[in-house]
Write a protein that binds this ligand. Structure first.
Ligand SMILES: [Zn+2]
Length: 53
């Protein structure tokens, strides 16, 4: 139990697109939930940065 690796989930079969920039999303570091807004890596990072409002 000393080896840890995050395996991205292949979600290309879901045909997801980032609602922010519209890029096709093929892999995610987590399992997407139904009805959940899925952003691409770049947009997810942008949204993580704390902003007022
Ligand atoms: Zn995006």
């Amino acid at each position: 139990m000393s080896y840890y690796q995050k395996q991205p989930n292949d979600v290309s079969h879901l045909g997801l697109n980032c609602p922010e920039c519209g890029i096709a999303i093929t892999t995610l570091p987590f399992k997407p939930r139904r009805g959940m807004k899925i952003y691409c890596h770049d947009c997810a990072q942008k949204r993580k940065t704390p902003t007022t409002g």
